[in-house]
Design a protein around this ligand. Structure first.
Ligand SMILES: *[C@@H]1O[C@H](CO)[C@@H](O)[C@H](O)[C@H]1NC(C)=O
Length: 550
């Protein structure tokens, strides 16, 4: 009896020692991981956060049964499926962040490798896919009663769109749908008839025959109203109204491809000084795979080391040039997520091989944070690793509470749960950046107003009231983030604005403060719609509040 008790005490002692050691080690690097749900039923290939803190996810519909049933015992006829002509499983789900639950959604046609945006009214509009889904558009209106589901629109598109990129346009009425496999052109959704489809030779010029390397182009709305479009290793500025290329950017030094299947990722860095006549806009492209990687992996099972460089460019300069920096990790298929404090999280992916089925190797489990405002050579910081590889068909999106939701990974033509190098991944995880650590609790602002779902206008003074436990000693930042449609390592519509401060006041000697900021002056600076607004104090962001900019 006594020996047993001693043993138990000894075992407990060892366990707590181990806990202490891991705690210590993890705080040295920063950030932490949690598995939120062990099985969400599908592999989260595409993700979109909605204004009610629910995340719509979907993969594809023609590759056999998933691990979650369709609602109400429904089944769908699935004549194009190689495995199950009648499919009673769901290939789309809605994840409720607050409840940490999922519910199945119904998609009829194939959404594989598609694209989308949220409309200014908060409705998700998705376009394209494969086979019976290639010309479809689909909408999903957020609801809080679990009753909403996908609505599919036949012939929503003029051309088949598979691996295209979308961007919501400043008028808020349309999104542009650019490229896709075999499509060297773009169109608008909802459809226009004049023009209907516009040729974009740039996409043919950046198409490495047999390897492509120009799919899922990186598209950003520039502060002059034109679209920055990057494919392969270079970019143009497109006036989509006049359908003319107004600027051609040089290739990134080295010439290696950065877009699918040599998948890197890219962001428009935080936009600031928004009252200036000409607002600076900088693009950061990170990772990718050297020329030929896809063919070497596909034909010879040779997995080339991924690119370990980022390239940064000021796109409004008269003579823009890329500046190249080295990352702590080589990375192909990484995701780049803008954090509320303006840092860039580089997460997921592998260190060798290529995107596409079975072609990625050496998962990179540790995310890297890029601090855009630091001097060169002090910008990268490696975070604590996950234990779950996130390879091809994985995704990451920012949540309103500052965590980053990570899901998916399925490098196979079907769902493969056992006996594979990287089994189909149904686990949903959250990465909590270092700013969420308890030691920063007394610095963390708490927003009191505006209230959730408030409407704000362009070019106005906005009063943001917040409280902080510890006295605020320096200037705070107010940022706004547009929720992105994320798939294949690219977050479409991702945009972060640092609003100009006008006035800062403290309410007496209380812990309540008010900062007045200027909202963006036009829809060219910030497309209309729902944004998460954050207060950032000494780099520690508050939870966000949803506001509608219009
Ligand atoms: C599939 O779902 C079942 C039932 O919920 C579960 O037991 C199983 O672990 C799931 N499979 C995977 C790979 O998560």
């Amino acid at each position: 009896m006594a020996a047993r008790a001693t043993f138990i005490i000894y075992a407990l002692f060892l366990a707590s020692l181990q806990l202490l050691l891991t705690r210590h080690l993890s705080s040295a690097a920063g950030g932490s991981w949690n598995v939120l749900l062990p099985n969400v039923g599908i592999s989260a290939m595409h993700m979109q956060l909605l204004r009610n803190d629910r995340v719509v996810m979907f993969d594809r519909t023609n590759f056999g049964p998933s691990n979650i049933s369709l609602p109400n015992g429904n089944c769908r006829d699935n004549p194009n499926d190689a495995i199950s002509r009648t499919d009673c499983t769901a290939h789309s789900i809605e994840y409720d962040v607050a409840m940490n639950t999922v519910r199945p959604l119904t998609v009829q046609s194939n959404t594989w490798c598609s694209s989308g945006s949220v409309r200014p009214d908060g409705v998700l509009v998705q376009t394209g896919g494969d086979r019976d889904g290639e010309l479809k558009a689909r909408t999903f209106s957020p609801c809080n009663n679990d009753q909403c589901d996908w609505v599919e629109i036949d012939n929503g598109l003029w051309k088949r769109r598979w691996y295209s990129s979308n961007h919501l346009l400043p008028d808020g009425k349309q999104q542009i749908v650019i490229g896709g496999q075999g499509q060297f052109n773009y169109e608008f959704y909802p459809k226009t008839t004049n023009p209907n489809v516009v040729a974009l030779p740039f996409l043919a010029e950046t198409n490495d025959r047999g390897q492509e390397n120009n799919l899922y182009p990186y598209v950003f709305l520039n502060t002059d109203g034109n679209l920055f479009i990057f494919a392969n290793n270079r970019a143009i500025l497109l006036d989509y109204v006049k359908n003319t290329v107004v600027k051609t950017f040089p290739a990134i030094p080295g010439g290696d491809p950065r877009s699918y299947p040599s998948t890197g990722s890219a962001v428009l860095l935080p936009l600031k000084n928004l009252e200036a006549d000409q607002i600076e806009a900088e693009v950061l492209v990170c990772g990718g795979a050297p020329k030929g990687s896809y063919n070497l992996a596909f034909r010879r099972k040779t997995f080339v080391k991924a690119l370990d460089t980022c390239a940064r460019i000021k796109i409004n300069d008269a003579d823009p040039q890329w500046t190249v920096e080295t990352m702590p990790h080589a990375r192909v298929m990484g995701d780049m997520t803008l954090l509320p404090n303006g840092d860039v999280l580089i997460i997921n992916g592998g260190a060798s091989g290529s995107a596409a089925w079975e072609l990625g190797r050496e998962p990179v489990l540790a995310p890297d944070v890029y601090h855009p405002e630091n001097p060169v050579n002090t910008r990268f910081e490696t975070m604590n690793p996950s234990t779950i590889p996130r390879m091809y068909h994985s995704a990451a999106v920012l949540l309103r509470d500052g965590r980053v939701l990570v899901g998916g990974s399925n490098p196979h033509a079907f769902y493969v749960f056992t006996g594979a190098l990287f089994p189909t991944e149904l686990r949903l995880e959250a990465f909590s950046p270092a700013y969420l650590e308890p030691q920063f609790a007394t610095l963390r602002p708490r927003i009191q107003s505006p209230k959730s779902q408030s409407r704000i206008k362009y070019g106005m003074n906005l009063k943001v009231k917040f409280s902080v436990v510890r006295e605020v000693t320096g200037p705070v930042k107010v940022t706004m983030v547009f929720p992105s449609f994320t798939t294949h390592s690219f977050s479409m519509n991702q945009r972060l604005l640092v609003l100009d401060n006008v006035k800062f006041t403290r309410k007496g000697r209380s812990t309540t403060y008010e900062v007045q900021v200027r909202t963006p002056k036009s829809a060219i600076i910030a497309q209309p719609g729902y944004y998460m607004i954050f207060v950032v104090n000494q780099n520690i962001p508050s939870e966000g509040v949803w506001v509608r900019l219009q």
